[in-house]
Design a protein around this ligand. Structure first.
Ligand SMILES: Nc1ncnc2c1ncn2[C@@H]1O[C@H](COP(=O)(O)OP(=O)(O)OP(=O)(O)O)[C@@H](O)[C@H]1O
Ligand SMILES: [Mg+2]
Length: 263
């Protein structure tokens, strides 16, 4: 039995007013295992966020089932932490409070909360900023807070919907490496959505390429570039290697059969 299984899943958003019904996902079969780093890529509107929302328990499929440990997902749960492109932090709280918030709702003791928050802030390199307000931080630092907050409840799965999409190129590369470090140390399942083919190839152990509406899975690629990075290879050298470039071009051809531009 797989840890996570999408079984024959379709999602149809019903027609409302003048808007026609939208089939966001169709015939999705996908298995995810506990320590994978699964990256989902595809054109805008192909159903990536819908795929993630099903696993988060924010919505239910119109057809089929999404199972965790063989049981249907029926709503959000502490074992699934989420990070979004817009980090949805509380700007009037300081960093520590933002990371701690979810733990307060979980009725964890103040002492245990403090220790856990310190640990998570250390993971994302923000120990010295614990007392800063969120609005005093850069975009990259705010995303680090978002990651620390998602980690605080020690979820089994980290769901990341374009978490690095709004960052400049250098900050983005630094955070890619941070997420890989967290994944490598925590052995969590990560489901990451991105529009960057390079990011997808560099970070994933499994790449799910989706087709445009209705969203279907075109192909699932096993990857090992991130393991090479974790073993000590240089990130730039990996990204400019012939294998990496060949796969990047192949996937570009799938997603952009004619024009070959950015997603
Ligand atoms: N709540 C909703 N009501 C109606 N249609 C929706 C709803 N949410 C998503 N859709 C539609 O479902 C399709 C898939 O949307 P989704 O947000 O999953 O795509 P996506 O791949 O994440 O796109 P992007 O890359 O732009 O974030 C789109 O056509 C979208 O307009
Ligand atoms: Mg989306």
């Amino acid at each position: 039995m797989s840890f996570i299984a999408y079984e024959d899943v379709s999602v149809v958003f019903p027609a409302t007013g003048k808007k026609e019904a939208v089939t966001a996902l169709e015939d999705i079969h996908l298995q995810l295992e506990p320590t994978e780093l699964v990256v989902v890529i595809g054109r805008s509107g192909c159903g990536k966020t819908t795929l993630l929302n099903l696993l988060a328990g924010f919505m239910s499929p119109s057809k089929g089932r999404v199972l965790m440990d063989g049981l249907p997902i029926v709503g959000p749960g502490v074992e699934r932490g989420a990070v979004f492109q817009k980090n949805a932090l509380m700007p009037w709280f300081n960093v520590r409070k933002n990371v701690e918030l979810g733990l307060i709702f979980q009725k964890i003791s103040a002492e245990a909360r403090k220790a856990r928050v310190e640990e998570c802030l250390a993971w994302v390199g923000l120990e010295e900023f614990a007392n800063h307000r969120v609005y005093e931080l850069s975009g990259g630092m705010q995303q680090r807070v978002g990651i620390a907050r998602a980690l605080a409840g020690d979820p089994r799965i980290l769901l990341m919907d374009e978490p690095l999409g709004a960052l400049d190129a250098l900050t983005r590369e630094t955070l890619q490496e941070l997420v890989l470090d967290i994944w490598n140390k925590s052995h969590k399942l990560i489901l990451l959505i991105t529009h960057s083919i390079e990011e997808a190839l560099f970070m994933g152990t499994k790449l799910v390429v989706m087709t445009p509406r209705p969203g279907r899975i075109h192909k699932v690629y096993p990857l090992d570039f991130c393991q090479k990075f974790i073993a000590g290879d240089d990130a730039r050298a990996i990204k400019s290697s012939p294998e990496f470039i060949a796969l990047r071009e192949e996937i570009m051809g799938v997603i952009h059969p004619k024009e070959g531009g950015a997603l």
